[in-house]
Each structure stands twice: as structure tokens, then as C-alpha cells.
Design a protein. Structure first.
Length: 214
């Protein structure tokens, strides 16, 4: 499993074996808080199965979703390189299992395999660019523009169509783009009426290029 994630891509099984032997497998039911913003925990989590959301929440419970992660992806990597509290919370969206690697074990692994450090830095840079892009969208786009951009970023090609099949809810979209669920619902209904998207169960099909404005 570790060989399939971007952080360790290209490394042989023999090279990864010392790290895998120290990894601890954890299983969490749906809606379990795996990491809490402000915690002092310091482990890397590799998702074996399931799906999680990474989010921020204020004292009143208002939530902003930063990202979603699925099998083969990872989170908690910031704790591997600094000694600061967790910068965001992570919750399972379905039953999930993880391989958990402690900071102590990972840092020793970096000493033995310094090339992994460069891959880690590239991964951090990629996520920083995504965060910068999200901030830009929140600041410069209207709600429709943010919803359209999110739909296009989540859609994956399948049989000539662009499909979103991860079961994202109206509330999750609203939390992701910084808008109300009601506003997101109206935009999605209008897109369905206009024939731009089709929603069936938990699957959204983007039928054609979304209009630049609404």
C-alpha cells in the first residue's frame, strides 16, 4: 500500500519494508474524528480504504472543508516536519482504515532515505498551491464561480463523460466554497434544469462545459 502513494512512489518493497514494519493499522467508523485541530499528535496517516475530509471549524461550529482524501492518499504530514499543533481536523466520511507512522520512525527513515524528503517537500508545495488557489477563489469569485470550479475539479473522465461519484453532499459543497447549503442547492438545481449536469443518487455527471457565469 505504501508503494502506491505519491510520497513513496518509486521506492522498492525492500526499501519500504523497515517503515511498513513499524506502521500501525487503525480502523475508524464513519464520522470519526481522526485528528483534531490544535492537537499535539505527530503521526502520518496513509489511507488504506475509506474517505476523509480535512476541515477547519470555529467555536460556533461553522465549518470550512479544505480537502477530501481517499485510498492511497495521506494526511498529517505537517507534523512530521515541525513541532506545532495540528493545523486542521480530519473526519472519516465512511468506515476507513489507515497505516499510521510515527514522527520518530519517519524521521529515522528520512535519515536512511533522504530522497523521500524531497518528495515530501514537493507534496507540501503542491498542497500549498492548492490552498492558495482556494483562497484566490474565495476572494475573487462569486458563489456560482466557486461551485462550478469545484465541480470541474472533482469530476473524473469515465466513458467519455465527466463524473463525480464520491457522494459529495450539498452541505459539503457549501462548506468547501464558503456558501450556504440553500444557495448551493439553487445553483445545482439551475444547472440540472439547464442540462449542464445530471444528478442520480450520489453521482453527478457534468454533461457539457459549465457556463462562465450565472
Amino acid at each position: 500500500m505504501l508503494a502506491n502513494i505519491s510520497l513513496f512512489k518509486g521506492l522498492s518493497e525492500d526499501t519500504l519494508r523497515p517503515l511498513l514494519e513499524r506502521a500501525v493499522r487503525k480502523v475508524a467508523p464513519k464520522n470519526t474524528i481522526v485528528i483534531t485541530e490544535g492537537d499535539q499528535s505527530d503521526s502520518l496517516y496513509v489511507i488504506v480504504e475509506g474517505r476523509v475530509k480535512v476541515f477547519l471549524q470555529d467555536e460556533e461550529g461553522k465549518e470550512i472543508i479544505l480537502n477530501f482524501h481517499g485510498p492511497g492518499e495521506y494526511f498529517g504530514e505537517l507534523a512530521l516536519v515541525d513541532d506545532q499543533p495540528r493545523s486542521a481536523s480530519v473526519m472519516t466520511l465512511e468506515k476507513s482504515s489507515f497505516q499510521v507512522i510515527s514522527k520518530t520512525d519517519f524521521r529515522q527513515y528520512l535519515v536512511d532515505h533522504p530522497d523521500v524528503a524531497l518528495v515530501l517537500i514537493k507534496g507540501l508545495c503542491r498542497r500549498l498551491r492548492m490552498l492558495t488557489d482556494s483562497v484566490k477563489s474565495l476572494a475573487l469569485m462569486d458563489v456560482y464561480g466557486r461551485v462550478a470550479k469545484l465541480l470541474l475539479s472533482l469530476a473524473q473522465p469515465r466513458e467519455g463523460k465527466m463524473i463525480i461519484e464520491n457522494g459529495i453532499t450539498h452541505q459539503e459543497i457549501a462548506n468547501r466554497v464558503g456558501a450556504s447549503r440553500e444557495m448551493v442547492g439553487r445553483i445545482l438545481r439551475d444547472l440540472v434544469t439547464g442540462g449542464y449536469i445530471h444528478i442520480e443518487g450520489k453521482t453527478i455527471t457534468v454533461n457539457e462545459k459549465l457556463p462562465p457565469a450565472w
